[in-house]
Design a protein around this ligand. Structure first.
Ligand code: NAD
Ligand code: ZN
Length: 389
């Protein structure tokens, strides 16, 4: 089959690789009809994640049709149309049972790597390096999905791929990030980053009852989308002092909740130059202001901080004094996608949101390298790329 393979920083290639096979009775094989490129893929594309190997298959936002199931799969059958949560979860461990699906204890055979380096064991994710399970991703014609009974979500008839594809990641991610803001009636929520995650977070914040959403970025068409479709007030951080502007817009108090939907993308910070090979895999340091620092400093006293943005290793110089003295509550994490599938599908079916608004580019799988380039560089007004195998 054809698949998008990682070969190093800024180097992805569409290659012919062996088809995936059932290797566990709980697996299923999915023939992929749509698969997207995520901001999280950019961290791999940028070369920030050291446990990638040449030839690894990328992609974690995918859907399609089931073409084969293992002997122990009960709820899924060949021919089912499914979306695939990007987080791999067994459905049976302590964490899955408590709705912490992205913290599953049984989905990462390589958890020992992080355990040894950093003292914790992360769960498995599709297409996201060997430390997170070494699973082949879904920017391909086919993918093997473990724990198929819980790792596949059937889609009712009458909805297009474009309407449901983002249930795999960015819609639940924006939604959980907004939930983590603990929104109360009358609240002002400030969101850094108007990429796909930020855009879904803006809409979700309103769905959850925010009075005002203020969105921050520097890319004009992303700010435009936030304003026009998201009904957010927008700030271009290259044009205004964001901290001052937020104070002014909130009567001097600061937003009730703040969100970092940027992560390691953080424009203005050259993570690669700061990356210290000698401390590879455990340390990312910076002296430069990241979005994260601004997020923490801008929040009102007693406010809520939501961090869907992905970070690796240690990001130092976090103003912990502000966190303590302002009594902030911080919530973060990979999204518990499984928990949100059903309720968010209902929002789509009710017509409250049509997630296809985010797509600016649909390309054949073969053009993935071009897709990565325009998404990373924000060329051609690119906000979200969907690939069609
Ligand atoms: P993206 O790269 O398209 O969006 C990031 C946006 O942040 C860009 O529009 C960029 O211009 C803007 N930005 C950069 N520096 C900024 C700054 N200093 N202030 C304000 N805005 C700034 O990516 P995305 O797909 O929207 O993803 C955003 C983040 O969410 C990434 O870190 C990604 O890894 C993460 N993510 C997390 C989860 C999760 O489960 N927690 C899931 C998906 C994505
Ligand atoms: Zn993603």
């Amino acid at each position: 089959m054809k698949a998008v393979c990682w070969h190093g920083a800024n180097d992805v290639r569409v290659e012919t690789v062996p088809d995936p096979k059932i290797i566990n009775p709980r697996d299923a094989i999915v023939k992929i009809t749509s698969t997207a490129i995520c901001g999280s893929d950019l961290h791999l594309y940028n070369g920030y994640i050291p446990t990638m190997e040449k030839g690894d298959i990328l992609g974690h936002e995918f859907m399609g049709e089931v073409v084969e199931v293992g002997s122990a799969v009960k709820n899924i059958k060949v021919g089912d149309r499914v979306v695939v949560p990007f987080t791999i979860a067994c459905g049976n461990c302590y964490f899955c049972k408590h709705d912490y699906w992205s913290l599953c204890d049984n989905s990462n055979p390589n958890a020992w790597i992080a355990e040894k380096l950093m003292g914790y064991s992360p769960s498995g994710l599709f297409g996201y390096s060997h430390m997170l399970g070494g699973y082949a991703g879904g920017q391909a014609e086919y993918a093997r999905v473990p724990f198929a009974d819980v790792g596949l979500f059937k889609i009712p008839d009458g909805l297009t791929d474009e309407q449901v594809l983002f249930l795999t990641d960015i819609f639940p991610t924006g939604y959980m990030a907004a939930e983590n803001c603990n929104i109360q009636p009358g609240d002002v929520v400030a969101i850094w980053g108007c990429g796909p995650v930020g855009q879904f977070a803006i809409r979700s914040a309103y769905l959850l009852g925010a009075e005002r959403v203020i969105a921050i970025d520097r890319v004009p068409e992303r700010l435009q989308m936030a304003k026009e479709y998201g009904k957010a007030e927008v700030l271009n951080y290259e044009e205004v002092d964001v901290g001052e502007a937020l104070k002014e817009m909130t009567g001097g108090r600061g937003p009730d909740a703040v969100m970092d939907a940027v992560g390691m993308e953080a424009h203005g910070t050259d993570f690669m130059a700061l990356y210290d090979k000698a401390k590879q895999a455990v340390r990312l340091e910076t002296d430069r202001p990241t979005a994260l620092r601004q997020v923490l400093v801008s929040c009102r006293k007693g406010g809520h901080v939501s961090i869907p943005g992905v970070y690796g290793g240690f990001v130092d110089k976090v103003p912990m004094g502000a966190v303590v003295n302002k009594g902030l509550t911080i919530k973060t994490g990979q999204t518990h996608v499984h928990k949100y599938l059903r309720p968010l599908l209902e929002h789509i079916q009710n017509g409250e949101i049509d997630p296809s608004f985010i797509i600016t580019h649909t390309l054949p799988l073969e053009q993935a390298p071009h897709g990565y380039e325009i998404f990373k560089d924000k060329k051609d007004n690119c906000i979200k790329v969907v690939l069609k195998p």
